[in-house]
Design a protein around this ligand. Sequence first.
Ligand code: R5P
Length: 299
Amino acid sequence: MIIFSFPNYKKFTQKLIEGSDIKEGEFTISRFPDLELYLLLKTNVVNQECLVVGNINPPDENLLATLLLCHTLKKEGALKVTLILPYMAYARQDKHKPGESMATSLVASMISFAGVDKVITVDVHSQHVAKLFPIPFQSLSIAELFAQEINKLNLGEFTLVAPDANAHITNQEIAKHLKGKVELAYLEKERKTGDEISHLGLQGEVLKNAVIVDDILETGGSLVSAVEILKDKGAEKISIFVTHGIFAGSKWRKLFEMGVEQIFITNTLGGLPSVSREDESKIKVISIIPLLRKALGIE
Ligand code: R5P
């Protein structure tokens, strides 16, 4: 088996295959003078099973590069191509809304058209995404991993809060692995624009200790709004767990100003994003590599 990865997943990939028989494959990517992307495969893949650790964030150029790699592998005789997308960008445009793009569906078709046989991702935005893929699609659950870390916080009684309906489904899974008494609560959310949301109401009881879990921290707007509501309802100590820490812009910094002591993220974006030293000390990275190794059968 041969694995290919993009620069920001190099270290991640080396850890992923540590101690296994999987070899790293090579390719280069450059641009023609008219700026077209050009990929050159440097490893023989005839009759080989290939894994690609794909990077589609930021999406556009990286998505095309990932597609070119998968397509070239198949064209050069690879037996099977499994695309690992630790973070599946474009997963939030998964519903048909009149006049709006439904990018998840297009991206799913493009990945399949490029010759990919299977996609493995982590905590994809919604359960609906899998239905848009014409090929096998597996989203690994972070429920047990997050539950282990939450248990280590020894919070006693606490409320596990979802800032939207999708996160509530994840929280129901997490709760199965939690020790002690846990209340489940969720917020109803409405997205107005790409970076503007409003929370409509809170279902459930809020205790003094609260843990918020969401799939993505992009601008942090959803979490800032959730923290405001929880504090209003009497929460005093709030911890945040998100799977994909994008940290775009600076709105998310308000979370620390509001008293959130720590934000737990995973390394689905390859590692810690570029944040200041001070912020870095408040962001804890949980590795999803054991999850992926298990899914790939690497012991
Ligand atoms: C959206 O529905 C997702 O589950 C996240 O809540 C959202 O993408 C977070 O974005 P932001 O951090 O910009 O509010």
